[in-house]
Ligand binder design. Structure first.
Ligand SMILES: Nc1nc2c(c(=O)[nH]1)N[C@H]1C(S)=C(S)[C@@H](COP(=O)(O)O)O[C@H]1N2
Ligand SMILES: [Mo]
Length: 227
């Protein structure tokens, strides 16, 4: 396997395990079998996407980096490029020309956002498959974002709604978590872990929290069927 060095402050874990913010870990009671992806915000025509078949499919391997300092190498995802989805939304829903930010909402109530420019990168996917299998509930069924150059908290799972915004000010990070933990770009290579706070200060703090979050995610998943 590849031996490219991991980004600053990251250590390797052997495989992807369900992980997330504690507040949302218990909220797995939604229907994850059917895709009902709302497209709204600054668009001419609000709508809902039920399948991705209209878009070209790709498979891609990438490393996954969580802000709490763990990374997994060579994860294989399939789905559609966000860029192709965006072109579709421009044509079908009339996304405003001057959209700057996109908010991604999960069925568990989680949300995060990225600048549109970051989402149009080659390696950003809307994934419905992991390691050749349909995306399991554990990892974001029915559909999730995968943005490998950004910390995992931008890769929103269980997508329910994609909101295109002209003004970034209208967005607030997943309540009740403080806004400062959500860096507007969260680029892994630049160690943009959070706003204002230096990465060296956050590393040990996050490292301490990671096992707790992992345990909570695993426990709640055990109460639901598909893994
Ligand atoms: N809907 C939703 N998406 C989410 C989260 C969450 O709690 N809810 N957690 C984020 C975080 S912090 C990480 S590291 C990744 C973990 O992805 P995984 O569960 O597939 O390992 O999902 C991200 N997307
Ligand atoms: Mo994370």
């Amino acid at each position: 396997m590849s031996r490219r060095p991991l980004p600053p402050g990251q250590h390797e874990r052997p495989h992807l395990e369900r992980f997330g913010l504690g507040w949302f870990a218990d909220r797995l009671g939604f229907d994850y079998q059917t895709l009902n992806l709302e497209i709204d915000g600054d668009v001419a025509k609000v709508g809902c996407l039920h399948d991705l078949q209209v878009l070209p499919r790709i498979t891609q391997q990438s490393d996954f980096h969580c802000v709490t300092t763990w990374s997994v190498r060579d994860v294989t995802w399939s789905g559609v490029r966000f860029r192709d989805f965006y072109d579709f939304c421009v044509a079908r829903h009339g996304v405003a020309q001057d959209v700057v930010r996109v908010v991604l909402h999960g069925l568990d109530g989680y949300r995060s956002a990225l600048p549109i420019a970051d989402l149009l990168a080659d390696d950003v996917l809307l994934a419905d498959s992991l390691e050749g299998q349909p995306l399991p509930l554990a990892h974001g069924a029915p559909l999730r974002l995968v943005a490998p150059a950004h910390y995992g908290y931008k890769s929103v799972k269980h997508l329910q709604r994609i909101e295109f915004l002209r003004e970034p000010g209208r967005y607030r990070f997943a309540f009740p978590y403080p806004q400062f933990i959500d860096h507007p770009r969260a680029r892994v290579a630049l160690e943009e872990r959070a706003r204002w706070w230096p990465a060296w200060l956050l590393r040990p703090f996050y490292q301490l929290l990671a096992p707790l979050a992992r345990r909570r995610s695993r426990k709640t998943l055990d109460r639901h069927t598909d893994r």
